[in-house]
Design a protein around this ligand. Structure first.
Ligand code: CMC
Length: 425
């Protein structure tokens, strides 16, 4: 039996019946609600998309009240425990866990694209050594599109597959080569005998055996898995919005990376470290919490649009951190983070607003212990998230419901008025 929502417009006393599908109404069905026939019709006003589903998706499931996250139905904890970033990427992009043969082909296809054009390294050399890594990465991803003009043929599935492989293979190379440039170190070529996370760490730190410890390599792979997708967050929405005007995927990934850069999104991992450093000592926490409660500052790494419970990624990371610290030694900022969390979770301000640690609260501490510089933290998030963006993009291209993304507005400006020359204003 079809379900309907009945709305009565108090202005006209007219009754409207709106179809309910999957528990929701279509915003466009509101258009029939109008006082006069020549009106545009009603819209729903939803700044920041707090209550708007922009697509149907089968990639990632979040239950924000229960703190549940699944990729294609698989609990994130099981994938973090048993899978690898490339296997998870294949799962996200194609929908199923690959067979042995499918996985080897996928890994080999990515390795086949494991190098960037030489000119990209010239561009990297032109960046100031002090440049923020995310600014450089955003530019470099867009620059890649100029070397692969055929990637504009987004109706060609083989071309799209090549672009997907290139992006997954080359974003870590852009990141590592930029890092080497900032350090005045020569580039380390990718090593195809290595797994994905190991190859990345090797391109960053070759020769520094402490940073290549197998437990750290495994932790890096886990971190990438935990960041691989998170449904319609700010950067994924940007990926889809930009993708909807049908540019090449390198340009769309660059735009998504820019969205991730901000401190309210992926940039929070760097901001957390900054905050913990500024707090400096456990004894300063109560004062800091008072500032948060007065809304003078935010507790970075806390809160989430969807989770109103503990972020399952943060929970997993908090437990996994010990494995890293047993190799690197404890991060002195960990005590501050643990105490900050304990105090925050006992305060009415945070309890009343359901504010819990999110993925960025502990990830920065782990990265720092692994010897990753602060301005590379969000770059690591980008490497992890690239397959998720590509899965969202692929789903968008196949979705017949999707057109160019183009929100409406509620205009609040002047009515028509006549131009006045500058001397008469
Ligand atoms: N510290 C202090 N107060 C907060 C925080 C925080 N981190 N987050 C939310 N609040 C308050 C907010 O001021 C508001 O209070 P009130 O009801 O009195 O106006 C209430 O909690 C609801 O917050 P909101 O601003 O409506 O929440 P939102 O869904 O718009 O924002 C958020 C979500 C993640 C942007 C926000 O919680 C935040 O800025 N957190 C800090 C930055 C951060 O850690 N970002 C990483 C997000 S998770 C991973 C990722 O996306 O990369």
């Amino acid at each position: 039996m079809s379900e309907v929502l009945t709305i009565t417009d108090s202005r006209t006393n007219k009754e409207y019946k709106l179809d309910i599908q999957d528990g929701n109404i279509r915003a466009k069905d509101l258009r029939q609600i109008k006082v006069n026939e020549d009106e545009f019709g009603m819209m729903s006003y939803d700044p920041s998309f707090e209550n708007t589903a922009s697509c149907k998706s089968s990639v990632t499931y979040i239950d924000g009240d229960q703190g549940i996250l699944r990729y294609r139905g698989y609990p994130i904890e099981q994938l973090a425990e048993s899978s690898s970033q490339l296997e998870v990427s294949k799962l996200l992009i194609d929908g199923e866990l690959p067979s042995n043969d499918e996985l080897s082909k996928w890994v080999n296809d990515i390795k086949e694209h494991n190098s960037v054009p030489n000119e990209i390294n010239d561009i990297i050399g032109a960046f100031p050594k002090s440049a923020h890594a995310m600014g450089a990465l955003t530019s470099l991803e867009a620059a890649l599109s100029t070397f692969y003009p055929e990637s504009k043929n987004i109706t060609d599935e083989d071309e799209n597959y090549r672009s997907i492989c290139r992006l997954i293979a080359q974003v870590p190379i852009l990141a590592a080569n930029f890092y080497r440039h900032t350090q005045g170190l020569p580039i380390v070529e990718p090593d195809n005998s290595m797994d994905y996370a190991e190859n990345f760490l090797n391109m960053m730190f070759k020769g520094d055996d402490n940073k290549m410890h197998p437990d750290l390599v495994s932790a890096m792979d886990t971190l990438l898995i935990l960041h691989a997708d998170h449904e319609q967050n700010c950067s994924a929405s940007v990926m889809r919005n930009v993708g909807s005007s049908e540019p090449d995927p390198f340009s769309a990934v660059s735009a998504a990376t820019a969205a991730l850069y901000g401190p309210l999104h992926g940039g929070a991992n760097e901001a957390v470290l900054q905050m913990l450093t500024e707090i400096g000592s456990v004894k300063n926490i109560p004062n800091f919490i008072e500032q948060v409660k007065k809304k003078e500052v935010k507790l970075m790494g806390f809160g989430h649009r969807v989770y109103k419970a503990y972020d399952p990624r943060a929970k997993y990371l908090k437990e996994a951190a010990d494995k890293v610290f047993s190799v690197t030694g404890t991060n002195p900022l960990l005590d501050i983070a643990l105490e900050l969390e304990a105090i925050a979770l006992s305060e009415d301000y945070f309890k009343g607003r359901n504010l819990y640690p999110n993925v960025d609260f502990y990830s920065g501490l782990i990265y720092e212990s692994m010897g990753i510089p602060k301005d590379m933290f969000t770059v690591l998030f980008t490497i992890g998230r690239t397959p998720g963006w590509l899965a969202q993009w692929k789903e968008l291209l196949a979705d017949k419901d999707q057109k160019i993304a183009r929100p409406r507005q509620v205009y609040t400006g002047y009515d028509s008025r006549d131009y006045v020359g500058v001397n008469n204003r």
